[in-house]
Design a protein around this ligand. Sequence first.
Ligand code: BG6
Length: 471
Amino acid sequence: MTKTELKTEQIQYRFPKSFWWGSAASATQTEGAADEGGKGKNIWDHWYEKEPNRFFDGVGPEKTSRFYETYREDIQLMKELGHNTFRFSISWSRLFPEGNDELNKEGASFYNHVIDELLAAGIEPFINLYHFDMPVALQEIGGWENRKVVDHFVSYAEACFRLYGDRVKKWFTHNEPIVPAEGGYLYDFHYPNEVDFQKAVQVAYHEILSNAKAIEAYRKLGGNGKIGIILNLTPSYPRSQHPADVKASEIADAFFNKSFLDPAVKGVFPRLLTDILKDEGYMPAMEQDDLEVIKENTVDLLGINYYQPRRVKAKEHLPHPDAPFMPERFFDDYEMPGRKMNRHRGWEIYEKGIYDILINVKNNYGNIECFISENGMGVEGEERFRGEDGMIHDDYRIAFISEHLKWVHKAIQEGSNVKGYHLWTFMDNWSWTNAYKNRYGFVSVNLDQNGERTIKKSGYWFKRVTENNGF
Ligand code: BG6
């Protein structure tokens, strides 16, 4: 289809001018070169060395999608797909291999090149500082459990602001900070695989504190861009309007959404959550001025990752008295009959959830500037959709994105301050313990052909959406 023909395409959902169209990725999932260019080890390198069996097909983080080598070509592909923005993360252990103040110049220069290349392609870089990848040297002293790591994080953040702040105007302190707490300290899907509610609370608290302190540092340094956080928000729907179900959903919401959303945007913790922590004896260790720092340093911009809703019901069975304390002490998960599923990932697809989040942010969080920083669909075995034209015909992904975008559009009509939409992810990447099982990209990555890239049908579709600023 030519550009002139595109003009005649009927646009039913038109987005505001300068809407941010793009995608998101993270360092460990894309860069590869885990042992090269002076990078230190992070917890993924370490965990994979210890327990390769925990990773799908035994595939580890050492090579991933080779962005470290191929960033120039990849950025050209982003341009071809019409990206005007792209979010990636800096690998802390590439910049500071030991987690201390010793900068790895080669790592620093890699990110300079990436930023310059993006800008030259007309793509605004959004940089995230922490995407699940603690340097091993810092995990050895306890990772986020240890308050000293908060100080190390702030020094690392300051170094990034100094190195790249002249060109980068959108910063994010964390991606989904609840995940290292729940994955590493409750549900066993991140290193260090502990099950310890008290530690999970401490980890979460330190992440929140580190967010506020990094924001404070950014402003003190005179940062003239915007700084925010990226949260995975999962609306908690009760099975019914029975008061016990509703209560269960409010508690789940306090644990999994408000826990980070409230301190990040409002500077305070939700009462329901702190009451539970106090009653159950799980308050984190805090220092005197912490709450003031959190209060004073809230985000300018909120990234919202949305994949699936959470459905809950009142508890049906009490946990064994000796079982570890878990948030699920207050609710049970509810499998709604007839729910639409992405069976590859085991996640429900509920498009309206994205709208409910945006309206909640509008009504209850001062309509803070926000954007959809991740949304996407991981599918196993996409090769079977490759046509004779060599392209993967991922119509299911086009349907997934467009159905979500319709709800984003509706939220905009109703006054939501949502500024963009980023797909997870640009090209197929390494999904932590799921490795390359589920593919999410606009661009496929052929691991048998040294990571060869081919644009999927959804990539071409997205290009038209960006050109038309709608669909
Ligand atoms: C988000 C993360 O939770 O979802 C990404 O920010 C992740 O890092 C993505 O890859 C998809 O989830 P998964 O577990 O299928 O990789």
